[in-house]
Design a protein around this ligand. Structure first.
Ligand SMILES: [Fe+2]
Length: 257
């Protein structure tokens, strides 16, 4: 699992989110309202801004969506009651049943994630179902049994805090560059997760996942780790490449400018 996490967290996709002074080059290009480009086919306008946000959102969205399916799968295939009970807990967490407050109880975490990105966008963002399906068809969660579901859930939980920090950095930079005040940004996704995704105490999610994996006993994981790595690496690379193709003509003009 350690190698899997290291490999996937080196993917260029995370560079879209990562903090950079004055906004990283992606955020700086798509969010800054005053920047204009001479002699380019397309200016950075609200449509392009929403397209950029959609792509960034759809990079991690399939994983956010898959974790609920993975926990449902673990609950179904659990080898004992301890595992089943923990999987149920995570299903309820991801479904939003255990939300800290009533006003968003029952809203799935993947939907909170969408709402956060949508609140940054000049026009509302909807999930790109075809893109989601593309990842799901490659991952084939249901065909991999307990081991594939465990790898999927464990990867997402164990990288949770790092991903949350990256998402937080992205949101903060986007706010600064666009001048969007916090009052209009939906931070529920970040607020809901920040306190639970660490491993400082036994009730935090990484510790529960470790315990759950231990209680599953010995499983042949290597093949499933490789499968998840190949599928997810390809997906995140695909998103980064699409954004790079969008930014390329603008960046060249920026240098000439
Ligand atoms: Fe979650």
């Amino acid at each position: 699992m350690k190698e899997l996490i290291e490999k996937l967290m080196r993917n260029n996709y995370w560079k879209l989110l990562e903090m950079g002074g004055g906004g990283n080059c992606f955020v700086g290009t798509f969010a800054t309202p005053t920047r204009t480009y001479i002699n380019v086919d397309r200016q950075v306008d609200d449509t392009l801004r929403a397209e950029f946000l959609l792509l960034v959102m759809m990079g991690f969205y399939p994983l956010s969506h898959s974790i609920l399916l993975a926990f449902r799968q673990i609950e179904k295939l659990a080898p004992n009651d301890n595992v089943r009970e923990k999987a149920r807990f995570f299903v309820e967490v991801e479904e939003g049943k255990l939300a800290a407050s009533d006003w968003y109880r029952g809203v799935a975490h993947s939907e909170l994630y969408r709402r956060m990105f949508s609140s940054l966008s000049p026009t509302p963002l909807e999930i790109h179902e075809q893109m989601l399906e593309q990842y799901q068809l490659a991952l084939k969660l249901e065909e991999g049994g307990l081991a594939r579901a465990l790898v999927t859930a464990a990867f997402i939980e164990k990288t949770g805090l790092t991903v949350l920090h990256l998402l937080h950095d992205f949101v903060a930079q986007w706010q600064v560059c666009t001048g969007k005040p916090t009052s209009v940004v939906d931070l529920t996704y970040l607020n809901e997760h920040m306190l639970h995704e660490g491993e400082e105490s036994a009730d935090q999610h990484v510790c529960i996942i470790d315990q759950m994996m231990y209680e599953c006993g010995t499983l042949a994981m290597q093949k499933e780790i490789k499968h998840f790595e190949v599928v997810t690496d390809k997906w995140l690379t695909h998103i980064h490449e699409r954004v790079s193709r969008m930014i390329e003509p603008l960046s060249i003009k920026r240098l000439n400018f």
